[in-house]
Write a protein that binds this ligand. Structure first.
Ligand SMILES: C[S@@+](CC[C@H](N)C(=O)[O-])C[C@H]1O[C@@H](n2cnc3c(N)ncnc32)[C@H](O)[C@@H]1O
Length: 290
């Protein structure tokens, strides 16, 4: 029988006949072909249901439900992404200490890892935050273009990293088009904030921003650190974060499991090697396979 709209993340593939249920559902905005509240009427005797003036087959209904579930998931993910930016805007002033603890020790670790990765030429840094990594990148690169969606974080980074060959921009990476390519694209603690539904498109974007033989360099947290986050019930990639003032936000957090990420990137056409630094961080290098 045809029942209520599917729960988020659970997409039905079959609807067993006979139909007997009447399922009211409000179509999500942006779903083509459906406007406003729509009711799907199912008749026990046949495999055809009527929605307003439209006739739908069983397969059609199944397809619609799948679309509704997907749209719902995308809408929810977009809301979390907006919350994520808001969170980092509000956190900017306390970020260095709450993220790194001993900032001097973190700076030394960052300098060591960046020296190991040797980011030469033109470097794009995505989600630069308060500029702790930008500072180290600037010591190796000819130019650094650093972007972040949080103006408050960019203001701190601008103040911290002053060489003229470093430029900052407030930008949402998912809708940013610089009209140029880079020898190296770097990001720290960013990949884990990319939702699974945008992962493929994100790596496609990286491919389009990379000069020939360019490299993607990234740092993130190892999956062994997962226990420190409070995951939202039924959302395996959304966590709740709390600022010092007690306000709470929802953020995407997909910790990196090298054994899972390397083959996943290979399937998308990237050669990738990921190593571990300490128990908490991983650092990786990826190139488009030829
Ligand atoms: C965990 S912080 C990492 C900051 C810095 N890279 C570091 O490792 O210290 C994540 C950063 O991603 C930024 N961010 C969130 N959503 C973004 C988006 N859509 N486009 C660009 N930056 C974004 C946040 O503002 C925040 O500064």
């Amino acid at each position: 029988m045809l029942t209520a709209p599917p729960a988020r993340n659970s997409i039905p593939t079959t609807i067993p006949p006979p139909f007997s249920a009447l399922t009211p559902h409000t179509a999500p905005r942006g779903l083509s072909g459906i406007r406003g509240p729509a009711c799907y009427y199912a008749r026990p005797a046949g495999d055809v249901a009527v929605s307003g003036r439209r006739q739908l087959t069983v397969a059609g209904i199944a397809q619609l439900i799948r679309k509704i579930a997907l749209c719902d998931d995308v809408r929810v993910t977009d809301e979390v992404l907006a919350d994520q930016v808001d969170y980092y805007r509000r956190r900017a002033g306390e970020y260095d200490v709450t993220a790194y603890g001993d900032v001097a020790a973190a700076r030394a670790r960052i300098a060591r890892l960046v020296a190991e990765m040797r980011p030469a030429g033109s470097v794009l840094e995505i989600a630069c935050g308060t500029g702790l990594w930008t500072e180290a990148l600037a010591g190796w690169a000819d130019t650094v273009t650093a972007i972040d969606a949080a103006p408050e974080a960019v203001a701190i980074a601008r103040d911290r990293v002053r060489p003229a060959r470093v430029s900052f921009e407030v930008a949402d990476v998912f809708s940013w088009d610089p009209g140029t390519r880079f020898d190296v694209i770097f990001f720290s603690a960013w990949l884990s904030h990319v939702p699974a539904s945008r992962f493929g498109r994100f790596w496609q974007l990286l491919g389009s921003l990379l000069a020939g033989n360019g490299r993607v360099l990234f740092i993130d947290e190892h999956v062994d650190e997962r226990g420190k986050e409070a995951y939202v019930t039924d959302r395996d990639e959304v966590v709740e974060r709390r600022l010092r003032d007690g306000s709470t936000f929802r953020v995407v957090k997909n910790f990196v499991d090298p054994a899972e990420l390397e083959p996943r990137l290979r399937r998308l056409g990237w050669e990738c090697a990921i190593r571990r630094d300490g128990t908490d961080w991983v650092y990786g290098e990826a190139r488009l396979a030829r």
